[in-house]
Design a protein around this ligand. Structure first.
Ligand code: ADP
Length: 175
């Protein structure tokens, strides 16, 4: 029989392309609620990310370095399989809006039917970051002028600013 899953260990999954202040806030709060938190960076073959999985892992590690009970890994395939492989009983997600709740509800019901032993837990976004998305910050980096770096600092952690601007300066095409 396989080992029981740890209900004090949560896994926060997402694309994190790249990590924003909204993500970092959810992860830091999750790390206070659970004994252990793993951040799972999903590799989706149907999406063309701006940052490679190695780059996303590296940025996430820099941002979360002060959090001692948090580790970062990438995964492909189903999120619930990754959560189970980590030995965790909880899948942690953040919700920003009613639209998020609607899509998260569908996803959590599907995940429950795939893995009833894993519980999805939601944290409401911090009101300061509920409008922040990776898509929005990529547009600021792409179309912003000389003040793009200053503007980005309100949306992404410091280690992300320069690599994000460099992506577009170096001619990235995806947004
Ligand atoms: P996905 O493609 O799986 O939605 P994301 O990287 O966009 O991945 O998001 C990962 C998780 O973080 C999701 O649960 C998402 O709802 C949550 N999230 C995204 N942006 C924010 C934000 N600004 N505040 C709080 N949670 C957020």
């Amino acid at each position: 029989m396989s080992k029981p899953l740890d209900s004090r260990h949560a896994v926060c999954v997402g694309s994190f392309d790249p990590v924003t202040l909204g993500h970092a806030d959810i992860i830091a709060r999750g790390a206070r609620v659970f004994d252990r938190l793993t951040v799972g960076i999903g590799i989706n073959p149907d999406k063309r990310p701006l940052f490679s999985s190695d780059e996303r892992i590296e940025l996430m590690r820099q941002v979360l370095e002060p959090l001692e009970n948090v580790t970062v890994a990438s995964f492909d395939g189903l999120a619930v399989n990754f959560v189970r492989d980590c030995g965790a009983a909880v899948l942690l997600r953040g919700v920003r809006s009613l639209m998020d709740i609607e899509s998260e509800l569908t996803m959590s019901l599907t995940n429950r039917s795939l893995a009833p032993e894993i519980e999805t837990v939601f944290l409401m976004a911090n009101e300061n970051y509920s409008h922040v998305s990776s898509t929005l910050i990529k547009q600021i980096a792409r179309f912003g002028k000389d003040d793009a770096a200053d503007r980005l600092r309100s949306f992404v952690p410091d280690p992300v600013v320069a690599p994000l601007i460099a992506k577009y300066r170096d001619g990235a095409s995806s947004a």
